[in-house]
Design a binder for this molecule. Structure first.
Ligand code: 1HN
Length: 347
């Protein structure tokens, strides 16, 4: 499949003739379509939170959350500019909600995750329930659920938005609408979904639920505690340190149908073994400082930075301090299509 066919005047004339009939010859393009390994336009890159934060505060003076609908700066992969993509299949942005602001209620087929970077006391409402957000919390907005955000705290609130926008775009399956109100009606007490689904218990007569987890806020304190206990038990994975995936408690599958979400702890001084997988991954360090070598490039990171590892690029992480990394990728999609692969070297 790597071979290139010869060009002859007769062939070239043939290609020109069929071009006008919306036809093309596979043999001129086959090697680019069916590559022996992933060949991605997505590039390794890191955004510093401090730099984005400064730009977000400028944006805060330029436009309200209400006028913008969502005041977000999109993280555009340098290899995919103009497409609102951080990887080939996923979107990432940083959102700012200033004190007293609301981001009005709307819904869409795209699923969203929030990973809280700074501030506490802002809320998001999903499906008639409000949740308060704190740094490190992982919050889900399922496909087609009404959602609105508000910040009644005295401080600006920043979070990372991860959406499956490019996937929905690829499938031409986008639907969206506004509610016409700032806030959706609240019908459930705060903490209701956590109470029903967040304690290794499920409602006794639960029939079916959506493919998205009914837990919509996975508080950092709980996830962090799990990693702490794993660390105490020892035996880190050579490629991942101590790593957990967020799950839907009803199905045991990933918490979201299109995006896999993960939290991992790297002990102080830990260096991971070379690893690569077909799911391009967005990482957000939460605690600690370190470095990641991605392909041939090295990126130094600290809390709230965002970096991206493209599909099938080798990565190693090294933690100077004890570090915690959140990450997300399209792994659930690839697993369901029998496409997901990893290469752990010999680890
Ligand atoms: C969206 O609904 C949010 O609800 C954030 O906070 C970012 C980017 C594109 C489309 C919808 C939000 C978004 C978005």
């Amino acid at each position: 499949m790597e071979h290139a066919v010869l060009d002859t005047p007769e062939r070239r004339a043939f290609y020109a003739a069929i071009d006008g009939e919306n036809l093309s010859a596979l043999w001129t393009n086959m090697a680019a379509l069916i590559t022996p390994e992933p060949r991605s336009a997505c590039r390794p890159f890191l955004w510093r939170f401090d730099a984005i934060r400064a730009r977000m505060m400028e944006a805060g003076a330029l436009i309200t959350a209400k006028e913008a609908e969502r005041r977000v700066l999109v993280l555009e992969n340098p290899g995919l500019r103009g497409q609102s993509k951080i990887t080939t299949s996923l979107y990432a942005g940083i959102q700012l909600v200033m004190p007293g602001e609301v981001a009005p209620a709307h819904r869409h087929t795209q699923s969203a995750l929030r990973f809280v970077l700074e501030g506490r006391g802002a809320h998001t409402a999903v499906g008639g329930e409000k949740t308060m957000m704190e740094p490190g919390d992982f919050v889900i907005t399922p496909s087609m659920q009404w959602h609105d955000h508000g910040n009644a705290s005295p401080d600006p609130m920043f979070w990372l938005d991860g959406l499956d926008i490019p996937v929905v775009q690829f499938l031409d399956a986008s639907f969206a609408e506004g509610l016409g109100e700032d806030e959706q009606p609240i019908t459930k007490p705060t903490g209701d979904s956590w109470a029903r689904y967040g304690h290794n218990l499920l409602p006794v007569d639960l029939k079916r639920s959506s493919r998205t987890s009914p837990i919509f806020n996975y508080p950092y304190a709980h996830s962090r505690e799990a990693l702490e206990r794993m660390k105490a038990a020892g035996d880190p994975d050579p490629c991942h340190g101590f790593k957990l995936r967020y799950t839907n408690p009803v199905t045991g599958d990933h918490a979201m149908p299109t995006m896999g979400t993960f939290l991992q702890l790297l002990p102080k001084g830990f260096a991971t073994s070379r690893y690569r997988s077909t799911d391009a991954t967005v990482f957000v360090p939460v605690e600690g400082r370190g470095r990641s070598r991605i392909g041939e490039e090295t990126f130094a990171w600290g809390p709230r930075d965002v970096f991206v590892v493209p599909s099938w690029k080798s990565v190693t992480h090294e933690a100077d301090d004890e570090a915690v990394l959140f990450s997300y990728s399209d792994r659930p999609i690839q697993e369901k299509l029998d496409l997901w692969r990893e290469d752990r070297g010999n680890a």
